[in-house]
Design a protein around this ligand. Sequence first.
Ligand code: AMP
Length: 283
Amino acid sequence: MEIIKNPDAMTAWADQMRARGRTISLVPTMGYFHEGHLSLMRKAREIAEEVVVSLFVNPMQFGPSEDLDRYPKSFDQDARLAHEIGASVLFAPGSDEVYPPGFQSKVEVAGLTEQLCGASRPGHFTGVTTVVAKLFNMVKPHFAVFGKKDFQQLAVIKKMVADLNFDVKIIGQPIFREKDGLAMSSRNSYLDADERKQALCLYQALQLARQKVAGGEKNAAGLKQEIFRFIAASGKVEIDYVSIVDCRTLSVCREITDKSLLALAVKVGKTRLIDNTLLKGDS
Ligand code: AMP
C-alpha cells in the first residue's frame, strides 16, 4: 500500500491507473478506524480493482465549538488496517494542501442540508460537500463508498453528484454496530464507562420504534413523542433531535411508510452521537 500525502501526486497516481484501465473506489474517512470503516473498505475492494482510502480530518466541517482539536487520531494503526484490507493507497493530505492559502470556494447543497444535523451544525454539510468534491477531483474514483450511519451525509452527497454531474457512483453501506447495538463511531472513544452504558439508549430507541411499527403504529408524530420520552428518561442525555423523515427527501413524515426513517442525535456527556433506522423492513 502506498501512502500519498500530496494531492497532485494522488491525481498523477489516479491518471496512471485510469490509463491502464483500472477501476478505482474511494472511501473517504477522518481516520481512527473501526469495523464500520473497514466494512466500507471491504465493499470498495469488492467493486473496484484499486481502493483509495482517504484520511483527512476536515476542519471545514467542524463548528467553532466542536471537537476538531481533540478528534482521535491513530495514523500508524490506520495505515496498518487499510493495508491489511488490501487498499492500494492511503491518501492523507495535510490541511494546507487541501485548503492552500487564498482558498475561496465552497460547494453547497441547499434543501437537504436544512434539517436534522444541518439545523444543529450550521455549515457542516458545506464543509462535507466541499471536501468530498475536492476528493473526487483529486482521486478520480469510479465508485465512492459511504456509511448509512451518516444517513443525511449520504443523501446530500448523492444529491451533489446528481446535481453537479460528477461521474462517480455512490454506494451506501449498512451501519456496523458493537455487539450490544451501539453504532460504531470514532467518537465512541470519548465516552467513559457510565456514558457508554447511557449511549445504548439510541439503539434501544430504534428497536422500540421498530417494534411499535411492527405492532401497527402508523402515526409518526405519536411515535416520535414516545421515542423522545424514552430517550429523555434514559439518564443524563441531551436530545438534539428525534425525527421521522422520508429517507429519500428527508422531509418530515406524517404517516409511517416503508420509506420512513427514524433519525436520532443525542448528546451523552459532551459527546454527540447519531443513529438511524428505517422503521419497516431491513434497517
Ligand atoms: P468518519 O471517519 O466518521 O468521517 O466516517 C467515514 C465513513 O465511515 C463515513 O461514510 C461514515 O458514514 C462511515 N461510518 C462511520 N461509522 C460507521 C458505522 N458504524 N457503520 C458503517 N459506516 C460507518
